[in-house]
Design a protein around this ligand. Structure first.
Ligand SMILES: NC(=O)c1ccc[n+]([C@@H]2O[C@H](COP(=O)([O-])OP(=O)(O)OC[C@H]3O[C@@H](n4cnc5c(N)ncnc54)[C@H](OP(=O)(O)O)[C@@H]3O)[C@@H](O)[C@H]2O)c1
Length: 324
């Protein structure tokens, strides 16, 4: 324990300024008077970060273009900032009084007709400009594992361009580099419902996907972490075949897996590059490329994929029972 003003607070709560090892130094910053701005709060990861900030009683403000989406999360009205992050002028004042910005803003399934450069790069650049103007101390940004080595992909080109700008900004920063999210693992469960899981190659590609709740803890811990690049994945490293097995185990059926030759994946990629719109191709391009790469990062968290598949199955059975 150490003293800050008249308060006795745990040392872990102190960030920046001098560490108050003897109680003599002045700490100008701690969790109790710090304000965080969260951008991306309506998304899969952003919602878990919002809940983590609430659980730790960290003062925060959430930017959203759609206030309705945040209503079920019980925010006070002064915690909401309505803005469109792609429109720079709407962000004016968003960072006033804020010490740390956390951004998970990026295109995943949105169909706004915008490109990764418009959102993953420019919208985050708009946030960064506003953070610099408001003298924010730290910017935490969620990119992707290996993004710096995948800049030939549209999504990573945009994300890493922002990472470059952030590194040049003069602000403290942490770049979070996660593996795939549990939200994308639903695709395995959905294939079991159609009777068979299709995998490209021999199923030996490995990854350790991470649950949003586990990753949210890492993002919030980053507020006081001196680490500038944080690679992180979930607690289980599995091959694609093992993931498929887990999905079938959850529904209590023997695994039916078809292994498709890898040239087919490359062929689909090629066709998609010709026939899909640029915006849609970006998603196909990213997923079909990472499907063929090991995506393994230091393990963290407690959420397991088998439990996710069981929960999805339980939910599907409940929905079916309610609809009959
Ligand atoms: N999914 C993965 O496996 C994975 C892996 C590594 C890294 N990442 C990255 O992690 C970040 C968070 O992922 P996620 O799964 O939480 O994504 P998500 O659920 O789609 O959330 C993205 C957030 O960005 C906002 N956004 C997107 N397009 C926007 C636009 N045109 N204007 C304003 N806001 C916009 C969304 O707002 P609305 O709710 O209003 O649309 C939402 O709050 C993304 O940058 C993603 O690329 C994802």
């Amino acid at each position: 324990m150490t003293f800050v003003g008249q308060l006795i607070i745990p040392k872990q709560a102190l960030i920046w300024g001098e560490r108050c090892s003897s109680g003599e130094s002045v700490c100008f910053f701690n969790f109790f008077n710090m304000k965080v701005l969260l951008a991306g709060s309506t998304g899969y990861l952003g919602t878990y970060i919002l809940k983590e900030l609430q659980a730790r009683q960290i003062d925060f403000r959430a930017i959203t273009r759609n206030v309705e989406k945040l209503k079920p999360l019980g925010l006070y009205s002064d915690q909401l900032f309505k803005a469109q992050v792609t429109q720079k002028e709407s962000l004016l004042g968003a960072c006033d009084g804020v010490e740390v910005v956390i951004s998970t803003v990026g295109i995943t399934r949105q169909k706004d007709g915008l490109t990764y450069m418009d959102v993953d790069y420019q919208a985050n650049r708009n946030l960064l400009d506003e953070a610099i103007r408001a003298k924010v101390k730290k910017f935490i940004y969620v990119s992707v594992l290996e993004g710096q080595n995948l800049t030939h992909l549209q999504i990573c080109a945009a994300k890493e361009r922002f990472v470059h700008d952030l590194k040049q900004s003069g602000l403290d920063y942490s770049i979070i580099r996660p593996t795939g999210f549990f939200s994308d693992m639903k695709a395995f469960y959905e294939m079991t419902q159609r009777g068979r899981i299709y995998l490209f190659g021999d199923g030996s590609i490995r990854s350790n996907p991470i649950h949003g709740a586990d990753l949210a803890k890492i993002c919030v811990d980053a507020i006081e972490s001196p680490e500038q690049e944080i690679k992180v994945g979930g607690p289980e490293t599995l091959t694609q075949s093992e993931i498929a097995q887990l999905a079938f185990e959850a529904i209590g059926r023997p695994a039916k897996i078809t292994y498709l030759p890898d040239w087919l994946r490359r062929g689909v990629l090629r066709l998609a590059s010709i026939f899909q719109s640029k915006a849609n191709y970006g998603t196909t391009e990213f997923f079909l490329n990472v499907l063929a790469m090991d995506m393994v990062a230091p393990q963290y968290g407690r959420h397991r994929l088998g439990d996710l598949f069981s929960q999805l199955h339980h939910q599907a059975l409940m929905d079916k029972a309610l609809s009959t």
